[in-house]
Every structure is written in C-alpha cells, then in structure tokens.
Design a protein around this ligand. Structure first.
Ligand SMILES: NC(=O)c1ccc[n+]([C@@H]2O[C@H](COP(=O)([O-])OP(=O)(O)OC[C@H]3O[C@@H](n4cnc5c(N)ncnc54)[C@H](OP(=O)(O)O)[C@@H]3O)[C@@H](O)[C@H]2O)c1
Length: 258
C-alpha cells in the first residue's frame, strides 16, 4: 500500500516482542502497509526468522524490555538505521496464572516489569524522538483482562499490569498530544499463541467460544487492521482510547441463557 489514509509509506516502526505470535503478525502488517519495521525481542533465533520475513526494510534487535539501557540502544539503533521513529508498538508480554495466595514476589515483579514497566520505558525513549519530529504513534497491547477479571481470578499481575497499560495509555495520550503524538491501546480477547497454547483443546476452549458473541477465538490477522489504523494518519485525531478486538467479549454479560 503506497497511498491513502492507511498508508505507512515512509514511516518507521519498532515492535517489541515482534518475533512471535501477535507481535510478529503486527510487525508484518505494518511492513505490508509500507513501514520500515524493526522488531525487538530476546531470542536471537526467532528474531532472525522474522527478519527474514520482513526483508530488506526490516531490522531486528536483541531486546529485553525490562532493561532500560537495552531499550535506549534499540531506539537509537532504529534511528541510526532509518533516521526516525514514527510508530512504537508495545507488545512484549508475559503471563503467570498462579493463585494470589501462592504467587511469589519475584513472579509478580517479572510480569509487572515486562508488561507495564517495559511499555513505560519504551514510551519514555521513543517519545523523546517523536517529540523532536513533532509526530508519532504509540500503540499499547493491553488485554480484555485490563478491563474485566478472568472468571476465576488467577492472572493476578497480568490483569493488574494490563489495567496499568490502559491507564498509561490515557495519561501519556494527554501529555504527548501537544507534541503530535497519539497514544492508543488495543485490548485483544483470546488468541492462540505460545502464551495461550496450553488452553488449546481443553474444555476452556469450548467455554470461551460459547462466552464470545462471535463464537470463536481471535486469529492474529484480526488485530492487524486496528494496529495499522492506529499507526496511520487515519487516526491522527484519536488518542487515549482502548479498542477491544475480542469478538464482543467485554460487551456481553456472558450469561448462558437457555
Ligand atoms: N494471546 C492472547 O490471547 C492475548 C490476549 C490479550 C493480550 N495479549 C497480549 O499480546 C501481547 C503478545 O502476546 P502473544 O500472545 O503474542 O504472546 P507470545 O506468543 O508469548 O509472544 C510474546 C512475545 O513477547 C516477547 N517477550 C516476552 N518477554 C519479553 C521481554 N522481557 N523483552 C522483550 N520481548 C519479550 C517474546 O519474545 P522473546 O521471548 O524472544 O523475548 C515474544 O515475541 C502480550 O502483551 C500479551 O499480553 C495476548
């Protein structure tokens, strides 16, 4: 795509956690819409695989979003390569499904550091570049569990971190609006990726399908249009919002009526 309101031609994007699952799909979609795309994640082999898919206008950085110095290096690496940074997708994430009564402090810290502190730190360094350009798009990957709780609890730091990501979206949208930077969030429902693979084929999969008005789980392609929209000039007057892409999950009361 080279023209029109959704075109990303001439734009430069960084997708954290872009080497697998949702992040990989978003990175490839941004590339398809015309952006030059860098992915940043920890596993070098997976980074290399996505780099091969992105082609000549792609880049991959070994990045741990809990490490501020590494984030600075990745952001500077993108700018050194392409001279700018227009789009940041804060996608890297992890989960822990232990009971609140069993959860160790270190496990809580790890999820919070990855899912909430990571997006804060990436925003901090990317927004400095975007401010100097007078424009930018920050897209935070939240979750429906930032909006509602899982039915039996258990995803404690995950849910808290994702609610935090939605608040981070709002507060940064307000501050950064004056610099031409829009900050928005996407709240995916359930998607089968490495993060959720253990649920595949379990009774919960059928329950999820019944609970979701669309009658199915999401496929990563379901998220790509919303991401490209939020990365493009089509969304220049949209900021601080969180868009669920969940087949209607959060707007339904979920009751099974006969
Ligand atoms: N799948 C779902 O149903 C679902 C639903 C709602 C929201 N989400 C959110 O969508 C995002 C992507 O999830 P996914 O399902 O695609 O998960 P995934 O398949 O497990 O992929 C997670 C990605 O994050 C990277 N990552 C993890 N920790 C990192 C760190 N400290 N620094 C840098 N990269 C890191 C991983 O790469 P490395 O291991 O190589 O670093 C991988 O690329 C997450 O924020 C997740 O919470 C997912």
């Amino acid at each position: 795509m080279t023209e029109g309101p959704f075109s990303l031609a001439g734009k430069v994007a960084l997708v954290t956690g872009g080497n697998a699952g949702i992040g990989r799909a978003l990175a490839l979609a941004l590339r398809q819409a015309g952006a030059k795309v860098a992915v940043g994640a920890r596993r070098p082999d997976r980074n290399a695989e996505v780099l091969a898919e992105l082609g000549a206008d792609g880049a991959a950085f070994e990045l741990d979003v809990t490490d501020e110095a590494g984030i600075e290096r990745a952001v500077q690496g993108v700018v050194a390569r392409w001279g700018r940074l227009d789009i940041l997708v804060n996608n890297a994430g992890t989960v822990n499904r232990k009971s609140v009564m069993e959860l160790e402090r270190a496990a809580w810290d790890h999820v919070m550091n990855t899912n909430l502190t990571g997006p804060f730190l990436c925003t901090k360094h990317a927004a400095r570049i975007m401010k100097s350009q007078g424009s930018g798009k920050i897209i935070n990957i939240a979750s429906i569990y930032g909006l509602v709780a899982p039915s039996k609890g258990l995803q404690v730091p995950y849910s808290v971190s994702k609610a935090g990501v939605i608040a981070l979206t709002r507060v940064n949208a307000v501050e950064l609006a004056a610099h031409g930077i829009q900050v928005n969030a996407i709240a995916p429902g359930y998607y089968f990726t490495e993060m959720t693979a253990e649920l595949s084929g379990t009774p919960l999969e059928q329950t999820l399908k019944r609970r979701t008005p669309s009658g199915r789980l999401g496929e990563t392609v379901d998220l790509t249009g919303t991401c490209v929209y939020l990365a493009s000039r089509a969304s220049d007057h949209v900021t601080g919002v969180c868009i669920p892409v969940d087949g209607g999950y959060v707007v339904s009361d979920g009751l099974e009526r006969g």
